[in-house]
Design a protein around this ligand. Sequence first.
Ligand code: FES
Length: 647
Amino acid sequence: MTDHLVLFMPSGKRGRFPTDTPVLDAARQLGVHVESVCGGRGICGRCQVDVQEGVFAKHGITSSKEHISPFGGNEVRYAEKRDLKAGRRLSCSAKILGDLVIDIPQDAVVNAQVVRKDSDGRVIERNPAIHMCYVEVEEPDMHKPLGDLDRLLMAIEADWGFKGLAIDAYLYGQVQQILRKGDWKVTAAVHEPVDGGAATLVALYPGLKNEAYGVACDIGSTTIAMHLSSLLSGRTLASSGTSNPQIRFGEDLMSRVSYVMMNPEGREGMTIAVREAINGLIDKVCKEGEIDRGDILDAVFVGNPIMHHLFLGIDPTELGGAPFALAVSGAVNVKSSEIDIPLNPGARVYMLPCIAGHVGADAAAATLTEGPHRQDEMMLLVDVGTNAEIVLGNSARTVAASSPTGPAFEGAEISCGQRAAPGAIERIRIDPETLEPRYRVIGIEPWSDEPGFDEAAKKVGVTGVCGSGIIEIIAEMYLAGIITEDGVINGDLAARSPRITGNGRTFSYLLRDGEQRLMVTQTDVRAIQLAKAALYAGVKLLMDKQGIDHVDRIGLAGAFGSFIDPKYALVLGLVPDCDLEKVKAVGNAAGTGARMALLNRSHRREIEQTVTRIEKIETALESKFQEHFVNAMAFPNKVDAFPRLTE
Ligand code: FES
């Protein structure tokens, strides 16, 4: 029998196959995983492919639609009932007759070869932990006294290869009814664990169930963000966020731990609060995505260690002091019903592993997203909150630590600081000659010195400076000579500009006059110095561990990292010297990592293995921390040079 060359795009995998081989079989033999819910019966339409036409000289193939079996049988039946786009073929029906170039469209691929670009432009490969398996089960026979469930399991094993399936107990009472309702045709949802252990039948639907959904959630101490995705196509159906209601128990992480220590009901109250907020978010994304929350079969959560513990109902008291012991550091797999997150009764919840007592599942997720462990370049990944979580590494070695930056970077402890919201100054420039500022305010388009600003400011108000704005103003004050290298506001300038005002023995800078005076005081500058020195000292310790004096690439994660201008981060010495081109905001890397783990279970294995290899450094135990801290109090640093800043 003649062999034909078949090339699958965009993976580039190729092989030779005899005439009449179904395209789906060829794909599977090459490890090109094409989606299939119905197991090749021509019902689900998930296995669609496109046949390319033309001469592909580079690959030595001439592909033609004549080289594939004519449209017929299952495909005609499918096209009559559903929408089959022109040119699309069902790969389970179409057979190879000649050389072919087959394109796997993004909405039809399960994993590795083709991947999906998400809303942030990131490519996420798909290989979810949930498989939707359509089967046709033998009807009962008096001569074969096998139970309905047993025959169902046999059909799943025969068609889908899942041996020794475990079964969620709730299904025992439902299986007979579902089989009969589906006229012995059912779709089984099978959860396949990361570790290669036995898979579990977690849900059963009458007939063909051609969709399954999952949520990925980043539980921040301030904000909770959630995405609803199709597990089969990878498409994000809805995204939403809400404030973490635990704020009413304590603004920052340590105050929430203290609340638990002081109040016997404290832990429970905060667990209930965060779960309620998450349940509210699930309702919201389901409404927006127009799906039933019962169709959600998988959920992935990430968060810092204290959020992680409180969400799981674990007392975080041990995380409040040395040795900062986690109750559990490995990945957590539970049923959603066990943690009061009602989804499908068989839905699973996966939490990424924590790296250390102060470096949580959110840092693990950010690591998964940015992949320092996959690169040759030495990458620094920083997520700044009340604690900065820091990961530094490359494919050879990765180290991690957290640094107690405090809330200054979030605008707390700063006299004019506020959350990033309309009315907050976010961008500032200071004229080094006149010392006059110009600024831009969230919710107001023109800069402060442009037409239309005053009018808009009356409506929106100018109420404070957000975290990224504070970094800019301190950096601009330093660049304009208002602040010395040691962080002292130069009182001599009061003679030159009315914006420098004395208050006792120290001076302040008047940013905005009017109804609400916005000042940058010496105390504000000190707070930023302390925060940035803690961050830099943590980074520097990790650089010591790696034996390096510069990093190749820096990723600034989280809300703070997204808005900060990398130039100002270097001017102030928040992070070490680096090619400015290679200092990037990486957005909500933790949330993206959660989505990656949701859509591809091999990412779960990857991060679990990576976390065991990350060396954890406890900054409090390192004698050099203090020395690095003191040096880092200066702008940008007492001893470390920043040559790339002046290049
Ligand atoms: Fe379901 Fe081809 S696998 S239609």
